[in-house]
Design a protein around this ligand. Structure first.
Ligand SMILES: Cc1cc2nc3c(=O)[nH]c(=O)nc-3n(C[C@H](O)[C@H](O)[C@H](O)COP(=O)(O)O)c2cc1C
Length: 273
């Protein structure tokens, strides 16, 4: 990229007072411009197999206990129409005490970030495609679940193992108190059946797209979050997202460093009251 632009090109009221907005500075410095080097405009600097290697960025906790999720093909089909789901999607804050089922959790994970297709590259290697779109098909997000009230699953902190469609147990005890602290003591943590944390492994995308790739990670996670919302709506579950989480506490809970991999999105899900 060219040298850092210290002042955004567009002067707003704050600039006139001499202060610099970090977000404006970042945005200005990550704009694509016609005079940028060709590889910035058309990221073709990687061979197909290099891009494929990047896209195999699945995180697996190989030493953790694995719990296979119910296979998607055996689950009942949704009976709500897409029109109905879109028109009834709302953030629902009234969580009931009833347990969520493992089938529901399986569906939500599959419909948000599960493997739904594949393409074969000319060299014969296979690239998996997921339920939500991703810049460069690099899939930088990871999903963690603070499970409190799901049928057949002991309370604990889990990670979603995408290729095996399985849960991996990271902390084998009721995570409620830690979730409550990490989510700024919001009462929803004590009512939701599951607290979902989505992290971004930034380098999966930034190694191809540079600093601009950070934008793509946030966009990817937004798409993924909306899929979770729509999946919950189609299952008549309550869901509410929040930006109210203490980043460092959330990262510590997930045992991620907050730099290479960092928490970006939190949602509460459960049965409706
Ligand atoms: C990034 C983001 C952060 C949000 N944070 C909160 C929150 O902390 N607390 C809350 O009650 N709702 C939160 N919401 C939900 C919004 O209030 C809600 O989406 C908005 O009022 C529109 O309502 P609807 O989702 O029911 O259509 C958040 C939504 C988004 C997209």
């Amino acid at each position: 990229m060219p040298g850092i632009i210290v002042q955004p090109a567009v002067l707003g009221p704050k600039k006139e007072r001499g202060s610099i907005s970090i977000s404006e500075l970042y945005h200005e410095n990550t704009k694509l411009q016609p005079d940028l080097p060709a590889e910035m405009l058309a990221p073709g600097a990687y061979t197909d197999s290099e891009v494929q290697a990047m896209a195999r960025g699945y995180k697996k906790y190989r030493l953790a206990r694995q719990f296979p999720l119910p296979a998607i093909e055996n689950l009942p089909k949704d009976d709500r129409t897409f029109d109905d789901v879109i028109n009834s999607r709302r953030s629902v804050r009234d969580f009931g005490n009833e347990k969520m089922s493992l089938n529901e959790l399986s569906k939500i994970l599959h419909q948000s970030y599960g493997i739904t297709g594949e393409i074969t590259h000319p060299d014969g290697n296979t690239l998996h495609l997921r339920a939500s779109p991703s810049g460069g098909a690099l899939y930088p997000a990871e999903i963690y679940l603070g499970i409190r009230n799901v049928e057949g699953v002991a309370p604990g902190l889990y990670h979603y193992n995408v290729p095996d469609h399985a849960l991996e147990l990271l902390i084998p005890r009721d995570p409620t108190e830690q979730l409550h602290e990490a989510c700024c003591q919001q009462e929803y943590t004590k009512k939701a059946a599951v607290v979902v944390f989505i992290s971004g492994v930034l380098q999966r995308t930034k190694r191809k797209y540079g600093e601009r790739g950070y934008r793509y990670v946030l966009l990817d996670v937004g798409h993924l979050g909306q899929n979770i919302y729509l999946s919950c709506t189609s299952l008549n579950l309550a869901i509410m997202t929040t930006c109210g989480f203490f980043d460092d506490l959330a990262n510590r809970l997930l045992n991620i460093d907050g730099i290479c991999e960092t928490t970006l999105y939190v949602a509460f899900i459960g049965k409706q009251e």
